[in-house]
Design a protein around this ligand. Sequence first.
Ligand code: SF4
Ligand code: SF4
Length: 308
Amino acid sequence: MDVNVLDLQRMSTEDGPGLRTTVFFKGCNLKCAWCHNPESISYRPDPNWFKNKCIGCNICVAVCPQKGISKTSDGLHFSRERCTACRTCEKKCPNAAIELKGKRYETDALARELLKDKAYWGADGGVTLSGGEVMMQHKAAIEVARLLKEERVSVAVDTAGCYDFRILEEILPYTDLVLYDLKLFDPKDHKKYTGADNAVILENYKKLTDKKIRVWVRTPIIEGATDTPQNIESIARFLAEIGQPERWELCTFNNLCRDKYERLDLTWAYQETQKTSKQHAENLQEIARRYVANAAYTGAVQEVISNR
Ligand code: SF4
Ligand code: SF4
C-alpha cells in the first residue's frame, strides 16, 4: 500500500511528548483560514515556485504538457486545476526554482525510514502521524502505525477528528496518544473558519474519553477567530464536562509560513497578522485553567519547517 507524504520532521518537540519524528501526510478535509501547512491540503504535490531562484527563462512555461504555467508582469502562475503533478517543470528548470513538495512511499518503506530515528526517541519520544489530516489516508496510516508498534515504537496520531469515529477507532489499537484539535466551539464560527460543522468533532472527542484514550487537546490561538475569551471558555467548559484531556495546549500564532503561500501562489488572510502576544496567551491560559488544570499555551501553531 502506498501513502502520499508531504515531509518528515525530525527531532520534533511540539508534536507530543519527548523527541519525535513527525510524518505529515498529504490531504485535508478542512479548510482552516489560518492553515500553517498549505502544501499539505491537497492530496497530490503542488508546484512551489521560488521566485528568488527564477532566472526568467520561460522553459517551464514551454514544457508544461497541461499549459498550466503562465507568465504575467508579477511572475509565474501555476494552475492548480490543470496541474497533474507530472514534475516536468521541476525536472527541466535550470535553476531548481520549482519544487513539487511531497513524496509517495510504500507503507513498509515509510516505517523503515522512520525507524532510522529510533536512537534519539528515548523513553518518551516516538513517531507522530500528522497532516494535513492523517486519517484521510487512514488505511495507510493504520498500516504504518501497526508496523511501528511491532517495533515497540510510541505512536501519536494528530487529528482534527472530522470524520466517522469508526475510522479513528481502527487505529487506536496501535496508538499511544491522540493529539486532538478543538479549534472553535461555536458551530457557525467553526463552519465559517474551517468550512466544516464541528458536531462530529465534539462527538468524537466524547467517544475518545469514553474509551479512556490518552488525549492531548490542541487549540490554535488565531486573532479574531479562535482567540476570544468566549471561545476558550466554551471549549474549557466542554472539556470539564465531557472529560479532561491529559493536557490542553493553546498553540500561539506566528506568520512564519507566509512564504509558503507566496510559493504556492495563494493569498493568505493572516499575512500581516502578528505573533500572539505573551500577555494575550497568558490571559487565555488563565481562563482555560479555571476549568482544565493542565492547560498551557505553547510556542506556535504546528507547521512543517521548510527546508529551503
Ligand atoms: S524554468 Fe525555472 S528559472 Fe526558468 S522561468 Fe521557469 S521557474 Fe524560472
Ligand atoms: S507539474 Fe507538470 S502539469 Fe504541473 S505545472 Fe509542472 S509541468 Fe505542468
